[in-house]
Design a binder for this molecule. Structure first.
Ligand SMILES: *Cc1c(COP(=O)(O)O)cnc(C)c1O
Length: 517
């Protein structure tokens, strides 16, 4: 492909993306393909001779789009938002165009320096304590990681190295292996699965402590667990507090947890992957009270702050610990923190790194503080609007609601809400997923797309009401009795799941009844 073809292909692609996003509301949010659909549509081998870009372009609608779950559809209300904005997309383009690798300052000074500057902008935008910023006098600093999961792991590995050094300084006779075998970490049972995974990857048992009935982890629960572990000869090393859990957007009590960590010399990492973006609005900052106790803090601008994936913002109070943990070039140890020119390769897992600060720069400049605040506030307002709709209908109850997330259910046994979710998923007009809250099955409705408006919330709510009416009004007839019964069967006999789902799709009354026997 020569420059001229690149110009044509690139411009055609910008138009394609703009049309795709402009008209995304018209597309069914969930695809209708079966596993393996794509394998039959493309050749088994690389084409022998190169193809024209127009042929490639042609296949996007034909092969790719049928298998896309449209995360930016205004009817996508599952998981968490994933960011997408025009300046973010253009930032990705330029990053690809420059194509540098910024592992050290000299390998591309702008790549490092823009990241330092952006992490300072961003830290101030969130109202983080000064100590976390590169521009403070201390050893703090920020870095863009690929994901919140990576940050959690990196903080764990750093905490481990720090703890081992501390203990060996006082007890030189102990070996690294002696100490490492005794380290333990803590989080709540509501923490993201990536937190448990960081314990597996970092070989440190991760105790998932019981959150209270609002989903929040308290200081007393942590204190009790730490006390018991110390009695049993373990060494408490690392705590992950969550601000905005994935399931229900609950907030751990960072202030209480922080006090325990300070007292016990435990590294405190804050995972605010989703809800951290809300701290751009001062009215939500009380939720991070106690953040000054944290050793590291991470949130994902690539979730709720309009910066295309991947962009996870991580700050540490003392970057020297990172460098000590990850620097394999031991001679460099003496340099330690390098102010405005850190060698970011010592702060992360990979050696290479893309120029991710560009898209952050583009987004922050295009939207400004006001634009980003407005984005967060309007998404929360839409969630509040949805919550009011649910509350206005006596057939439903709201289990919990926080930020852009509302968890609700049909009153009565779980099977009603389970049936509602299954039918919504079958109809593919909106996309929602379930979770358990206080032992009950609930549906999570998240305002995800930046294109979502009141009319889309109305559309989603009408869809939910229509399906619920079907379920509740047919509730007493024979067919539905069988339907409900088979679902309960599924719950208790896991192996029946696949066959009974087939029955359900066919809506064959006799088969349903037969399965129950
Ligand atoms: C989404 C989420 C994660 C995972 O984020 P990645 O960037 O995909 O690793 C972790 N923690 C919380 C609280 C989340 O909401």
């Amino acid at each position: 492909m020569d420059t001229q073809q690149f110009r044509e292909f690139g411009k055609a692609m910008v138009d394609y993306i703009a049309d795709y996003l402009d008209n995304i509301r018209e597309r069914q949010v969930l695809p209708s393909v079966n596993p393996g659909y794509l394998q039959t549509m493309i050749p088994k081998e690389v084409p022998q001779s190169g193809e024209n870009w127009k042929e490639i372009m042609h296949d996007i609608e034909k092969i790719i789009m049928p298998g896309i779950t449209h995360w930016h559809s205004p009817n996508f209300h599952a998981y968490c938002p994933t960011a997408n904005s025009y300046p973010g997309i253009v930032g990705e383009m330029l990053s690809a165009g420059i194509g540098c690798v910024g592992f050290s300052w000299v390998s591309s000074p702008a790549c490092t320096e823009l990241e330092v500057a952006m992490m300072n902008w961003l830290g101030k935008l969130l109202g983080l304590p000064e100590e976390f910023l590169n521009c403070s006098d201390g050893p703090g600093g920020g870095i863009i990681q690929g994901s919140a999961s990576e940050s959690t792991l990196i903080a764990l590995l750093t905490a481990k190295e720090k703890k081992v050094r501390e203990i060996r300084t006082k007890n030189p006779h102990l070996t690294e292996a002696d100490i490492k075998g005794k380290l333990v970490a803590y989080s709540s049972d509501q923490a993201n699965s990536s937190v448990e995974k960081s314990g597996l990857l970092g070989s440190m048992p991760m105790r998932l402590l019981t959150a209270d009935n609002t989903g929040s982890l308290s200081g007393t629960t942590l204190m009790e667990a730490v006390r018991k572990d110390k009695e049993d000869g373990f060494i408490p090393c690392y705590v992950v507090a969550t601000l905005g859990t994935t399931g229900t957007c609950a907030f751990d009590n960072v202030e209480e947890l922080g006090l325990v960590c300070k007292e016990e010399g435990i590294w405190l990492h804050i995972d605010a992957a989703y809800a951290g973006s809300a701290f751009v609005c001062p009215e939500y900052r009380h939720l991070m009270k106690g953040v000054e106790y944290a050793d590291s803090f991470d949130f994902n601008p690539h979730k709720w702050m309009l910066v295309n994936s991947d962009c996870s913002a991580m700050w540490v109070k003392d970057a020297r610990y990172l460098v000590e943990a990850f620097n394999v070039d031991r001679i460099y140890l003496k340099h330690q923190h390098e102010g405005f020119a850190p060698d970011y390769r010592h702060w992360q897992i990979s050696l290479g790194r893309r120029f991710r600060a560009l898209k952050l720069w583009f987004v922050l400049r295009s939207y400004g503080v006001e634009g980003i605040q407005q984005h967060i506030r309007s998404q929360i307002a839409l969630a509040n609007y949805f919550e009011d709709l649910v509350k206005s209908d006596s057939r439903f109850e709201v289990a919990t609601s926080n930020m852009g997330l509302v968890c609700f259910r049909l009153k009565g046994p779980d099977v009603l809400t389970q049936t509602l979710l299954d039918r919504l998923t079958d109809r593919k007009n909106i996309y929602v997923i379930p979770c358990y809250y206080r032992g009950q099955y609930v549906i999570r409705f998240v305002v995800c797309s930046r294109f979502t408006e009141i009319k889309d919330i109305d559309y989603g709510w009408n869809e939910i009401c229509e399906v619920s009416t079907q379920i509740l009004e047919n509730g007493l007839n024979k067919e539905n009795f069988g339907f409900v019964a088979i679902l309960e069967e599924e719950k208790t006999i896991g192996s029946l799941q696949i066959s009974s789902q087939k029955c359900r799709k066919r809506k064959n009354q006799d088969m349903l009844m037969e399965r129950i026997k």
